[in-house]
Design a protein around this ligand. Structure first.
Ligand SMILES: Nc1nc2c(ncn2[C@@H]2O[C@@H]3COP(=O)(O)O[C@H]3[C@H]2O)c(=O)[nH]1
Length: 164
C-alpha cells in the first residue's frame, strides 16, 4: 500500500512537470494488469496538468476506466510496446472515442509510451492534446521520454513489489 502511494506521488509529480514542459492539456497513467488471465489497462492517474493536485487526479478503484488491449491507442501501445506520436487522433485507426464520450472531452493528439520492466508490461503513460500547437513535436517526444525515466524507475520498483 505504502509503495503504491509513493509510486503515484512520484509519477504524478513527473507528469505535472511533463505537462508544463511539453504543453500538454492532460497526462495520464494506466496500469497494466491481468484479471482472470485477461490483460487490461486501468486508469490510475487521469487529467494531470501543471496546476492539478494528486487528489484530483488519483483514480479510485470504483472510478477506474478499464481498457482491454485490443481497444484504443492505449491498447495498441501495450501490444506493440512502442512509443507513438499521433498527430491527428481522428485519423488514427486505433483511436477510441470511448473516453471522450465518457468525459465529454475532445482528444486531438496523443503522445504515448509503454513502461516496461524487462519484457514485462507495467503501464502506459499518455500526454493528450498539445496546447498552442497542432501536435506534439519530436522535441516534445524527447522531453517526454527523458522525464519519464524518473517515473519509470519508480514504476518498476512498484511492479516488483506487486509481483512478490
Ligand atoms: N480527458 C482525458 N482523456 C484521456 C486522458 N488520458 C487518456 N485519455 C483518453 O483515453 C483514451 C483511451 O483510448 P485511446 O488511447 O484511443 O485515446 C485516449 C484518450 O482519448 C486524460 O488524462 N484526460
Amino acid at each position: 500500500m505504502q509503495e503504491s502511494i509513493n509510486m503515484e506521488k512520484v509519477v504524478f509529480k513527473t507528469l505535472k512537470r511533463i505537462s508544463a514542459l511539453i504543453n500538454a492539456e492532460w497526462c495520464s497513467l494506466f496500469m497494466y494488469r491481468q484479471r482472470n488471465g485477461i490483460p487490461e489497462l486501468a486508469s490510475r492517474l487521469f487529467n494531470v496538468h501543471k496546476d492539478s493536485t494528486l487528489e484530483e487526479c488519483l483514480v479510485t478503484s470504483d472510478g477506474e476506466i478499464v481498457f482491454p488491449l485490443d481497444i484504443g491507442v492505449l491498447g495498441h501501445v501495450a501490444q506493440t510496446k512502442r512509443t507513438i506520436n499521433i498527430q491527428n487522433a481522428l485519423e488514427c485507426q486505433h483511436f477510441s472515442t470511448f473516453v471522450d464520450e465518457l468525459t465529454q472531452s475532445t482528444t486531438k493528439n496523443i503522445l504515448a509510451t509503454p513502461i516496461m520492466n524487462g519484457k514485462d508490461m507495467v503501464a502506459v503513460i499518455m500526454a493528450v492534446n498539445k496546447i498552442g500547437g497542432p501536435f506534439f513535436t519530436s522535441a516534445d517526444e524527447n522531453l517526454f521520454l527523458k522525464y519519464l525515466n524518473f517515473a519509470s524507475l519508480n514504476l518498476k520498483i512498484y511492479h516488483l513489489s506487486y509481483l512478490h
